[in-house]
Design a protein around this ligand. Structure first.
Ligand code: URA
Length: 239
C-alpha cells in the first residue's frame, strides 16, 4: 500500500480506466421523484409532510458541466441542501466550503446560504455521492451504490475536468468505484493526490468540511485551504 501524506506528493493509480467516448449528462440527475431507495423515499415523504416548504427532492449538481473541478460531497443535509435544493447551501459545511471556494477563485464570492444569492461557480461544480437526504446524515451502502450511476454520468460528462475533490471517505470510495479503481490502489487520506489512469484529471482528498470535523479540529481551515491550493496549482499548471 502506498503512503500519501502531502498534497504535493502525487501518486499514480494503476488500473484499466478508460475515458468514455461520449458526453451524456442526461443520466447525471435522478428525477425529482426518484424511487430507487425505499428508505430515502420514505424519509422524503416524511419531510414533505413536516417541511412542506423545503425542496425535498434529490439535490442536483450545482455548476457547469464544462467545469475543471468537480467537488463530491456526501449527501444533502436535512435543513441545508434538502431545504434549498443546492448542494451544501444552508448546511453548516457550506460556510467553510463556499468561503474556501471563493478564496481560491472558484466562485464570484456571493454565497449567502440561499439558492437565489447570486453565487456563480467559476470552473467548478459541486455534487454529492448520494443525492437525497438520508436519515441522520448517513446513507447506507446500498443507497451509495444505487446512487452511483448518477455520479458516474456526471464525471463522464465533464470532459474538461482536471480535478475531482472528494470530501470524506465515502465520497472518495464512491468516486473510485465510479471510476472502476480498486480501493486498495488509492486509499483515502486527507491531502492525497492521485493521477487517474486513462483520464485527464487527478483525484484529491480532503476530510469532509462537516461541523463535527471542524469542531473537533480534525479539519482546520488551513488544512482545507492547503488542499484547495494544491488543486488551484494543478489546474493552473494545465492539469
Ligand atoms: N451538504 C451537502 O450537500 N453535502 C454534504 O456532503 C454535506 C452537506
Amino acid at each position: 500500500m502506498k503512503t500519501i501524506s502531502r498534497t504535493n506528493s502525487r501518486t499514480s493509480i494503476k488500473g484499466p480506466a478508460v475515458a468514455p467516448p461520449s458526453v451524456d449528462l442526461s443520466a447525471a440527475e435522478p428525477s425529482a421523484d426518484c424511487a430507487l431507495c425505499p428508505r430515502l423515499v420514505e424519509f422524503r415523504q416524511e419531510n414533505i409532510r413536516t417541511y412542506p416548504d423545503y425542496f425535498n427532492a434529490p439535490a442536483p449538481t450545482f455548476g457547469d458541466a464544462r467545469a475543471k473541478l468537480l467537488i463530491v460531497g456526501l449527501a444533502p443535509g436535512l435543513h441545508g441542501a434538502n431545504k434549498t435544493g443546492r448542494p451544501f447551501t444552508g448546511d453548516y459545511a457550506g460556510d467553510l466550503l463556499y468561503g474556501t471556494i471563493a478564496k481560491f477563485g472558484f466562485s464570484n464570492d456571493r454565497y449567502d446560504a440561499r439558492p437565489d444569492d447570486g453565487l456563480v461557480l467559476k470552473a467548478a461544480a459541486i455534487t454529492n455521492a448520494v443525492r437525497c437526504v438520508p436519515p441522520q446524515n448517513k446513507p447506507n451502502g446500498a443507497e451509495i451504490k444505487t446512487c452511483r450511476p448518477f455520479l458516474s454520468a456526471q464525471i463522464d460528462g465533464m470532459r474538461q475536468m482536471r480535478a475531482i475533490l472528494c470530501l470524506g471517505r465515502i465520497a472518495h470510495q464512491s468516486t473510485l468505484a465510479a471510476l472502476g479503481i480498486k480501493q486498495k490502489d488509492a486509499p483515502f487520506a486527507h491531502g492525497a493526490n492521485y493521477t487517474v489512469p486513462g483520464r485527464n484529471f487527478s483525484l484529491f482528498d480532503s476530510y469532509h468540511c462537516s461541523r463535527y470535523n471542524t469542531n473537533t479540529g480534525r479539519l482546520t481551515e488551513a488544512m482545507f485551504e492547503s488542499v484547495f491550493a494544491a488543486i488551484r496549482a494543478h489546474i493552473d499548471a494545465g492539469g
